[in-house]
Design a protein around this ligand. Structure first.
Ligand code: PSV
Ligand code: MN
Ligand code: MN
Length: 388
């Protein structure tokens, strides 16, 4: 077994980006339940995100979604975030809420609609220039519902052209990350359904284009850690959107449904060197809290990633390598699962205290009075939701 203290030293490199939209109200197509204290502005979302970082030391960046987080002055927004101890991270584009996009955005047959969608990405890049964000994340709702509805091949060609135009405007230190999803809102085919399609497009675009892997966007039973290993091997993994799913794109707290899967993913992340700063793989959350309180939900999420990373760091890779090379099937598997079953929580509490953080961030949040303060203050106005 690897020495716990040595393993935990690897945690200092862990940073998890939180999404602004996790702090707004969200729900299902049946009902959105309002939550007291929900932010009314992007500034209030950032203030809530700053609480997560303050109590965990794990979440230094907040991802924005444009136009949901649109403001007049992004330089001022950056300064506001900095004062609260966080930075602005990935900029997410949105080409799924306007009527014109009913039949597609970057893939649309009408060049005027494609123009509008490309221009929206240019607007996102203007935001990035002001905030200093590195990554432009593109997730497309493009696809069709019925066989024959669209020309699948033609849509790929138009997508490649649109992406090339967007890519050409990236600055030297900026990147494009292309997210895939195998269904929804389109049900027959989506235009970027899988890592292979995202890989093919990003490979054609160039070095500054990478794949974004959302853990909730795979068919049940998919071996996600294999995809992680492969993309890292190819130098094409740009970012993660972490969440949990039981059935579809559930966007539940990461590690809630299957902690062992999160452990296996984090093992490949470590094995592939993705925690090393030069590898620049962004670990992000993409979650919506429908029933639970939002700030504690985000604290739970980043702690889950930290805990499974710590357990994955415990894998004795030397012993594992020997077992693998000698064909010791059960021995190798035992080394792996021993690390997974090690209760690392007391050691993590000590790790936090040694860095001036609360041993129990959730308890510290409950005791802080912050939730009562925002519940009292944020009455009136319109609560921000997933999409506002
Ligand atoms: C829709 O599936 C989605 O959840 C994608 O995962 C994006 O990353 C997210 O919305 C925000 O646009
Ligand atoms: Mn996502
Ligand atoms: Mn999703």
């Amino acid at each position: 077994m690897t020495d716990v203290a040595a393993a935990l030293a690897g945690l200092d490199r862990l940073a998890i980006e939180v999404p602004s939209w996790a702090y707004g109200n969200s729900g299902t197509r049946f009902k959105v339940f309002g939550t007291p204290g929900t932010p009314r502005t992007v500034q209030e979302k950032i203030a809530d995100a700053a609480q997560v970082h303050k109590l965990t030391g794990l979440a230094p960046l907040v991802a924005l979604h444009i136009p949901w987080d649109k403001v007049e002055d992004y330089t001022a927004l950056k300064a506001y975030a900095k004062d609260l101890g966080v930075g602005l991270g990935t900029v997410n584009s949105n080409t799924f809420q306007d009527d014109e996009y009913k039949f597609g955005s970057l893939t649309h047959v009408d060049k005027n609609v494609r123009r509008k969608a490309i221009d929206h990405h240019f607007e996102c890049m203007d935001v990035m220039d002001a905030t200093g964000s590195r990554d432009l994340k593109i997730w497309l709702a493009d696809g069709t519902n019925y066989p024959g509805q669209g020309d699948i091949r033609g849509r790929q060609d138009r997508l490649a052209e649109s992406l090339a135009e967007i890519y050409a405007r990236l600055g030297d230190s900026q990147r494009l990350v292309l997210e895939y999803k195998f269904f929804e809102p389109a049900f027959y085919h989506t235009d970027v359904p899988d890592w292979g399609t995202s890989y093919a497009h990003t490979l054609a675009l160039g070095e500054k284009a990478k794949v974004c892997l959302d853990t909730g966007h795979h068919a049940p039973g998919t071996n996600i850690e294999f995809i992680v290993a492969q993309l890292l091997r190819l130098g094409k993994l740009g970012s993660f959107d972490f969440n949990s799913r039981f059935y579809a794109d559930d966007d539940l707290i990461v590690g809630a449904a299957d902690p062992y899967q999160l452990f296996r993913i984090m093992y490949e992340v470590i094995r592939g060197g993705a925690l090393d700063p030069q590898n620049q793989v962004a670990l992000m959350l993409d979650q919506c809290h429908n029933l639970e309180e939002k700030i504690p939900g985000q604290i739970r999420s980043v702690l889950n990633v930290q805990e499974m990373t710590a357990r994955a760091l415990l894998v004795d890779r030397t012993a594992l390598g020997e077992a693998q090379e000698t064909g010791d099937v059960l021995g190798a598997n035992a080394i792996f699962i021993d690390a997974f079953y090690t209760d690392i929580r007391p050691a993590l509490a000590q790790w936090r205290e040694s860095r001036g953080l609360p041993a129990d961030p959730l308890a510290a949040y409950a005791a802080s009075g912050y939730q009562k303060k925002i519940n009292d203050e944020r009455v009136g106005g319109t609560q921000a939701g997933w999409g506002a």
